[in-house]
Design a protein. Structure first.
Length: 85
């Protein structure tokens, strides 16, 4: 944790309960606004020609070549992941 973040954390911890609740409410709104931007950026980057285009092409290539496993097989068998290492 950087020195600035440590200072902020200490100040937040020292807030009286009412101001702490006010801070949490503000921070939740702040975080929500930034998540909306993150989702917008991700949607844009996922479009053909976007920043993640190379990832999508790699995934499509892996699927076409049979180098993937069904999602539920991986989720319900976590040892499968370890075997592939």
């Amino acid at each position: 944790m950087t020195r600035n973040v440590q200072k902020i954390a200490a100040r937040v911890k020292a807030l009286p309960r009412k101001e702490f609740d006010e801070f949490l409410s503000w921070f939740a709104d702040f975080e929500s606004e930034h998540m909306d931007q993150w989702e917008t950026d991700l949607e844009r980057d996922s479009q053909p020609g976007g920043r993640l285009d190379f990832v999508l092409k790699r995934v499509q290539s892996d699927i076409a070549a049979g180098r993937t496993k069904p999602f539920d097989e991986v989720i319900f068998n976590p040892l499968h992941i370890m075997k592939s290492w």
